[in-house]
Design a protein around this ligand. Structure first.
Ligand code: KIV
Ligand code: ZN
Length: 563
């Protein structure tokens, strides 16, 4: 057995008494801040170029972000130039605040202030790492030394802001980086000193961002830390509490949600969870999780495929098929029982006229994220009776009766097994045509049968019946009955075709380009007591049912031949 797990220390819980967050609910959107162009960008194999950043920035504005971290302008010439282009090229809408990240170091702070000149609204976001581990192995400083870095940074930022002559509206954000790996009392202490230095007030609050820089604990523990921090922070109303979860344990979304329950007011994250290592938390998922609880996320997700396309092109990253709300397969049901339930849910919604989304297995209406044209139901060997019928109804307009679903699904499953793969809708149509439209015909009516009403609710059917495609077998048939099917059965019986019993039929109109036809589904019982369906299509409703009868008989005869 691998004993390596012993080298890891368990995360230390904090001692939070009477925690409140488990009973809270998320009932309004937080302030969102996109860090795609900074945290997301710095994690790319090839960071975005200027054009890509501009396009991405515009997409974020279109989605509704009002706070966007655009980069690290003091870190490189490219980053500086991008910041300048955004400002000088007038790419920033008046109601959008750009955020610039900087380490709490003098020359970088000064350079950052140069970079933001001329911008209307800016958040200067400075940080230094405060965690026990980083203090020990990276900075080799004690708490006082780390506090000193933060306070000196805050002091300089305040001075530069006070001396600033331009029109820029400058706000401040401070991150005790690796907050979740920092003793929470120390986080409170350093943040409150930073607040004092910056002169934070209720009217001019400082954003205190609490990064889960490396996710090392369960989301409830992070929520405890956030709640504790908020409870103990002096002058709390002079701060906006922001969270910045990463996703190392795959719980970034949950950590953000529980942190919101714990009182966070602002969330930093990225679209589709791009970011360092396993990424930042995915704002699309957090936002749409709210949406599906009836809460307005204040971001527009109605055309997610557009954002997916921009994201994938600009970042060169791929969105996984199972990514919530946007993955290629997330609105697709393969399992038979799921398909059936979705089908029933759709019928229920149509019939009941309910105001709510009430479809099992689909937590959101795909149309709400711009996904209405995709197949909800896809067919493989796991699919059930209802799935294939759903695809035929939705893609081609053939609404097979329920009793016919098992028969058609058997034909489909046989094909799936033969090919060993999923079938696309056109292949289902081929199966349908092969079995119900272009079936080998033992019996056929040459030309058209005539159907005449002969009074007293009586119908007469006449036609020329050919057997096995041989003209020499042509025989006139005639029968009268109380409906076209009954009359046709009698006509067939008059020439000895009398082994089949009629069970049921259903009919509906189907549009075939410019005109409309009738489709009849006829269920017969074979001499050995088996049910078999036939389909007839004609512009004449009577004839469509006669063709359906003949198709069912021909299918049964073919089966007899093949056995
Ligand atoms: O993850 C992190 O801690 C960061 C900070 C710089 C905010 O990205
Ligand atoms: Zn980060």
């Amino acid at each position: 057995m691998n004993q390596s797990y012993k080298k890891y220390k368990p995360f230390k819980q904090i001692n939070l008494k009477n925690r409140q967050w488990p009973d809270n609910v998320i009932d309004k959107a937080p302030i969102w801040c996109s860090v795609d162009l900074r945290d997301g960008n710095q994690a790319l194999i090839d960071p975005m170029n200027l054009q890509e950043k501009l396009e991405f920035f515009k997409a974020l504005c279109d989605m509704g972000f009002k706070e966007i971290e655009i980069g690290f302008p003091s870190a490189s010439e490219t980053e500086y130039e991008i910041c300048r282009e955004l400002i000088e090229g007038n790419h920033i809408p008046d109601d959008v605040t750009i955020q610039v990240l900087v380490q709490a170091r003098e020359h970088l702070i000064r350079k950052t202030f140069e970079a933001i000149e001329g911008a209307k609204n800016v958040i200067v976001h400075f940080y230094n790492s405060t965690s026990t581990l980083q203090r020990k192995v990276v900075f080799k400083k004690d708490k006082a030394g780390i506090t000193d870095i933060a306070v000196k940074g805050a002091k300089l930022i305040k001075e530069l802001t006070d001396a600033y002559t331009g029109d820029t509206n400058i706000r401040f954000e401070y991150s005790p980086e690796s907050f979740s790996g920092t003793e929470v009392d120390f986080s409170v202490d350093i943040c409150s000193k930073v607040m004092q230095e910056l002169g934070a007030t209720k009217e001019n609050p400082v954003i205190l961002n609490l990064p889960n820089t490396v996710e090392m604990c369960t989301p409830n523990t992070y929520a405890d830390q956030v709640e504790y921090f908020i409870k103990h922070l002096p002058n709390r109303e002079a701060a906006i509490i922001s969270v910045h979860p990463h996703n190392d344990r795959g719980c970034g979304v949950a950590a953000a949600e529980l942190a919101l329950l714990a009182g966070a007011e602002r969330v930093e994250g990225t679209l589709f969870g791009n970011g360092e290592r396993t990424g930042n938390l995915d704002i699309v998922t957090v936002g749409l999780n709210m949406f599906t609880q009836g809460v307005d996320p204040k971001l527009d997700f109605s055309n997610l495929p557009k954002y997916k396309e921009i994201y994938e092109r600009c970042t060169n990253m791929k969105i996984h098929e199972r990514t919530p709300y946007i993955g290629e397969l997330v609105f697709t049901a393969f399992s038979g029982s799921h398909q059936d339930a979705i089908n029933k849910g759709m019928e229920y919604m149509k019939e009941s006229g309910t105001d709510y989304w009430e479809i099992p297995y689909l937590p959101i209406d795909p149309a709400d994220v711009g996904r209405q044209y995709e197949p909800i139901i896809r067919i493989n060997s796991q699919s059930g009776k209802g799935g294939a019928a759903f695809v035929m109804a939705n893609n081609y307009g053939y609404k097979m009766p329920k009793q016919m679903h098992p028969e058609f699904s058997k034909l489909v499953q046989k094909k799936c097994d033969e090919l060993g793969r999923e079938l696309v809708p056109s292949e289902l149509m081929e199966i349908f045509e092969e079995n119900y439209i272009n079936t080998k015909r033992k019996y056929e009516i040459v030309g058209h049968p005539t159907v005449t009403e002969i009074g007293d609710d009586k119908i007469r059917v006449t036609g020329l019946l050919r057997t096995d495609g041989d003209e020499k077998t042509d025989v006139n048939i005639c029968g009268e009955g109380n409906g076209p099917i009954d009359a046709f059965f009698r006509a067939l019986a008059s020439v000895g075709v009398c082994d089949y019993k009629f069970i049921n039929y259903e009919q509906h109109a189907i549009s075939t380009g410019s005109d409309s036809k009738a489709v009849s589904y006829i269920q017969l019982m074979t001499p050995d007591g088996k049910s078999i369906f036939g389909v007839g299509i004609s512009s004449n409703i009577y004839r469509s049912s006669l063709f359906g009868v003949l198709n069912a008989i021909n299918r049964a005869e073919l089966e007899k031949e093949n056995n």
